[in-house]
Design a protein around this ligand. Structure first.
Ligand SMILES: [Zn+2]
Length: 390
């Protein structure tokens, strides 16, 4: 049993990269009419050719592959990745899938067709060993992650029965056991218009908005930021309003990155109480409302897999062994679908090939040595989980 997967160290980086290249060559960004359909059909056919059972779920019309390696074990490890990419404006050859030197180039190479290919290759490798690793494996491909509200992940998290989840988003293979949630806060300021030469007849919505924001920042935002010791939890990202007279309306959008334990409700209650004080303190007839906007899809909650679980301990041990480092699980700066699976009660981590430095950029690429190392790390986690007794 200890010999299981020992030859995974011989994983051929180029073979994993060739598979990733095939995925990159199939466009699957939001402007493609059939979205992820063609790339997902490729994935389903590939599993079929390799005699690995693959069922299909649907997100609207889009087929979502769910591959299984079922050994009748008590526990299941689910791999997850989205097959959509960001769009390809300003890219020269987004679908070349060219492999040159140590890199595979093209849209999705890092985020996250490299990660998908590593998991596919892992399944093929494990199938080939014809040994029982002591844990069931599943691989769910999801849709619409890049701004589409992740409908597939929401559906599959309710349906799939798993104990552990690895999201193969680009982390340079580092282990993340948490990620921040996202929502938007909108401050709306209503005033009264008047001629610019006679502002006292009006009520300046922009002045009121800026004053209120300042008050909220000094009395709430700065405190939350200080308490958590993290920057960029509130980022003002758009401001609108104004005309040729005294403005009667203005609004400000704030992007809120949420840590585990924080919530939109708590923000809004606290900010509403402050707005009351603000009205009193400036004796103004300002009319300012705060609300959570849902224009950007369903609420994306934060993810936190408890520390010191066998699963997270094992993942970081394997990562440290392969990378020769002594690191600890970290917090992912962005949001991932791991949060959806975690909310369904599954312990989740985020770890995959590729760097966020290149994801979403016109220069997207992935280091093919990381693709091979991803297969190794995943295989050793599978092997370790199969031996864990809880
Ligand atoms: Zn991604």
């Amino acid at each position: 049993m200890n010999m299981l997967f020992n030859d995974v160290y011989k994983t051929n980086n180029r073979q994993v990269a060739d598979l990733a290249s095939k995925l990159v060559r199939i466009p699957s960004h939001s402007k493609v009419e059939t979205k992820e359909t063609v790339v997902n059909e490729f994935i389903m056919n590939w599993f079929e050719q390799n005699n690995i059972p693959c069922e299909v779920e649907y997100s609207g019309k889009i087929p979502l592959p769910v591959a299984y390696l079922d050994y009748g074990a008590d526990k299941t490890l689910l791999f997850n990745g989205h097959s959509d990419t960001t769009n390809v404006d300003f890219m020269k050859n987004p679908f070349s899938g060219e492999i040159k030197g140590n890199f595979l180039y093209g849209r999705g190479a890092a985020d996250m067709k490299g990660g998908l290919a590593a998991v596919m290759y892992l399944f093929k490798y494990i199938k080939k060993t014809r040994q029982n690793p002591g844990i069931n494996l599943a691989f769910a491909v999801t849709d619409g992650e890049e701004g589409g509200g992740s409908p597939g992940a929401i559906k599959l998290a309710k349906k799939l029965d798993a104990n552990y989840c690895i999201v193969s988003e680009p982390t340079e293979l580092k282990i993340y056991d948490s990620c921040k949630g996202i929502y938007f806060l909108k401050l709306e300021s209503y005033g009264k218009s008047a001629h610019l030469s006679a502002p006292s007849f009006g009520n300046n919505a922009i002045d009121n908005l800026l004053g209120a924001y300042d008050y909220i920042k000094n009395n709430y935002i700065d405190n939350v930021t200080k308490r958590s010791n993290q920057n960029s939890l509130f980022v003002t990202c758009s401001i609108k309003g104004g005309s040729e007279g005294i403005p009667d309306y203005a609004e400000m959008l704030i992007n809120r990155r949420v840590l585990a334990g924080e919530s939109a409700k708590r923000d809004i209650n606290a900010i509403n109480a402050l707005l009351e004080n603000f009205y009193k303190s400036c004796n103004s007839n300002a009319d300012i409302k705060i609300k959570k906007t849902v224009d950007f899809g369903p609420e994306r909650s934060p993810m936190l897999t408890p520390k010191n679980k066998n699963f997270t301990n094992l993942c970081i041990e394997v990562y440290n062994k392969i990378s020769g480092t002594n690191s600890r699980p970290m917090q992912h700066p962005g949001w991932t679908e791991g949060a959806i699976f975690r909310a369904a009660g599954i312990d989740a981590i985020i770890a995959g090939p590729g760097s966020v430095e290149y994801a979403h950029t016109p220069f997207e690429k992935v280091d093919i040595r990381e693709l091979g190392r991803a297969v190794q790390i995943y295989a050793l986690i599978v092997k370790g989980l199969g031996q864990v007794k809880e």
